[in-house]
Write a protein that binds this ligand. Structure first.
Ligand code: ZN
Length: 222
């Protein structure tokens, strides 16, 4: 039995590593004017509800988890809200602009397909949601922390204008699984440099570099 299982595990690990290195539909990307197609996209509509704060330090990032606390509607498609978390640097670039920080809001539809919203952040004013969350980052990696009196909505992470870019990409960590839909918000939010410093006291850089589009089109909403 052992002799059979070990080669299978090794084969699986090699396969995962090679997708991160040689996949053709990887994230993050640089959204350039030449890659953008003006195909009509459905308007984004969100129904995110405030829920008691449940967060975890997973060793790489701060994750805020939701359980049946909202959904995203894109035309006829519906995706339920799962969690959001943060990255530095921000990952996806818009016309070569790099962002020091980004939020990823993850969703899943009834068929298990993943959809992630990227909210890029520039340095500027203090962000009110981060002002609530940063002091609560658990000092060590130890599962979920519930703050029943503090209610948080993923709506607090969305810019006022809901225009977006859409492309087909991948998970940004191993196994770099492809087939993830990415919606990159066109309007960045801001966080202060003190807030970025506060984040960096807890977490190292947790975003991989830019990947080639390999002929993928990026679609832009109005
Ligand atoms: Zn992420």
């Amino acid at each position: 039995m052992k002799t059979l299982v070990l080669p299978l595990l090794l084969a699986n690990a090699v396969c995962q590593a090679s997708l991160c290195e040689s996949g053709q539909r990887q994230s993050p990307v640089n959204i350039t004017p030449e890659s953008v197609s003006t195909q009509k996209l459905p308007a984004m509509s969100v129904d995110y509800q405030a829920a008691p704060l449940k967060l975890a330090n997973d060793g790489h990032t701060l994750r805020v988890r939701f359980d049946k606390s909202g959904q995203l509607v894109l035309g006829k498609e519906r995706f339920s809200l799962q969690q959001f978390h943060f990255h530095t640097p921000g990952g996806d670039q818009i016309q070569g602009e790099t962002f020091p920080f980004a939020a990823h809001i993850l969703h899943k539809n009834a068929f298990g397909q993943l959809l992630a919203i990227v909210v890029p952040f520039r340095l500027g004013a203090e962000n009110p949601l981060l002002a609530k969350l940063l002091p609560l980052i658990p000092a060590k990696v130890d599962g979920n922390h519930l703050h029943p009196k503090l209610r948080v909505s993923a709506k607090e992470l969305l810019p006022a204008a809901l225009g977006y870019y859409r492309y087909s990409g991948s998970l940004t960590d191993a196994p770099c699984t492809e087939g993830v839909q990415w919606l990159v918000m066109k309007q960045p939010l801001e966080l202060s440099s003190a807030q970025l410093g506060q984040w960096q006291n807890h977490f190292k850089n947790n975003m991989r570099g830019i990947n080639p589009l390999h002929g993928r089109k990026v679609f832009e909403s109005s």
